[in-house]
Design a protein around this ligand. Structure first.
Ligand SMILES: [Zn+2]
Length: 335
């Protein structure tokens, strides 16, 4: 990329962006036809309400949405904002991928992964469902990506039973298995505690797939990032559902759960002050308060038969994109 002039870079970015817009438009169609179980190879796009066939000039990414004012030309039904949003996000990701990794095999592989992750995000947000056709194929392709060291992340070769593998491939195999096991175990803990699976099978497959692409170190980073982003979206959503059910006791329990974090910080403060016993007492206290609060919230949720089920896939996808571009910064934590 360094060898290109500014003009060439601008042209390349524009070209990549236009391809991104067109493919983003296609990904919208793929996701929606998966959800409606339609055959997405055949048939032209039509308005979901009036079934009016959409003309090519009304099907131009982003531009048509703006020109039509977000409404169907025939029946004035609102067109989902999802269409232009997905198109723009796809275009931006394409431009950033080509800008970061150049015109390379690595970029091509990462574009394939990106397209699948976008469709997974759409279907998981809309119907809380990840289709196997999106998640399973990216496992072997991720393993192949690392087996042939396409990401050029491997430095060492390891010998196992006389066959040499690169270290990143071994890390990817471990991560694919560990990712699936982690979610299957957590899901069953949810079943034990709350009488409900905490995660869907789709989450296990997606974690395995991201492990296959990024290896175990970055998978840990993806999971940490996704749990953090889930808390930011999840806590307000859960409190809102408690408020709707007029379950003020649970809101109080949520408050004490957040309050327990104060003792965690106090614990850290006294650790720094080299007061180990006070520090330990504080951390224990925060665990007890948090434990009781969580137990109470789960018990009430079971009584109300109310579960705020948030899809976890989009959070993992967000984490995956962060490590895709900033992975090298995180790897340092493991040394
Ligand atoms: Zn219509």
């Amino acid at each position: 990329m360094e060898s290109l002039t500014i003009i060439q870079k601008i042209f390349l970015s524009l070209f990549t962006g236009l391809i991104g817009l067109a493919i983003g438009s296609f990904l919208n169609v793929v996701a929606l036809r998966l959800l409606s179980k339609e055959d997405f190879v055949q048939g032209r796009s039509k308005c979901p309400k009036c079934e009016h066939l959409i003309a090519w000039y009304d099907n131009i990414p982003v531009i048509s949405y703006i020109l039509l004012g977000g409404k169907c030309r025939k029946c004035n039904e609102r067109i989902s904002i999802q269409y232009p949003v997905v198109e723009i996000i796809t275009a931006v990701l394409f431009v950033v991928l080509v800008g970061t990794f150049g015109i390379s095999l690595k970029t091509l592989f990462l574009i394939f992964l990106t397209c699948n992750l976008i469709v997974i995000t759409i279907t998981d947000i809309r119907e809380k469902y990840i289709f196997d056709i999106n998640s399973i194929p990216i496992i072997p392709i991720g393993l192949a990506y690392n087996f042939f060291n396409i990401g050029q992340n491997s430095a060492i070769t390891v010998n196992i039973f006389g066959i040499s593998f690169n270290d990143v491939f071994i890390s990817a195999v471990i991560a694919a298995i560990a990712g699936a096991v982690f979610f299957e175990v957590f899901s069953r803990i949810g079943l034990l505690l709350a009488g409900e699976y905490a995660f869907g099978t789709g989450d296990s497959i997606l974690a395995a797939a991201l492990g296959a692409w990024f290896g175990w170190k970055l998978l840990i980073i993806i999971l940490i990032l996704s749990f953090i982003s889930q808390i930011f979206v999840g806590v307000p959503a859960v409190v809102y559902s408690m408020h709707k059910d007029k379950d003020y006791k649970s809101i109080w329990a949520m408050g004490t759960l957040l309050f327990s974090m104060v003792f965690t910080f106090l614990g850290r403060y006294f650790t720094a002050k080299e007061e180990p016993f006070i520090a330990l007492a504080m951390i224990l206290l925060s665990f007890v308060i948090a434990g009781i609060s969580i137990y109470f919230i789960l018990k009430r949720a079971r009584e109300r038969q109310s579960y705020t089920f948030l899809p976890f896939g989009p959070s993992m996808v967000l984490g995956a994109f962060i490590v895709m571009f900033f992975g090298a910064n995180f790897i340092g934590y493991f040394h």
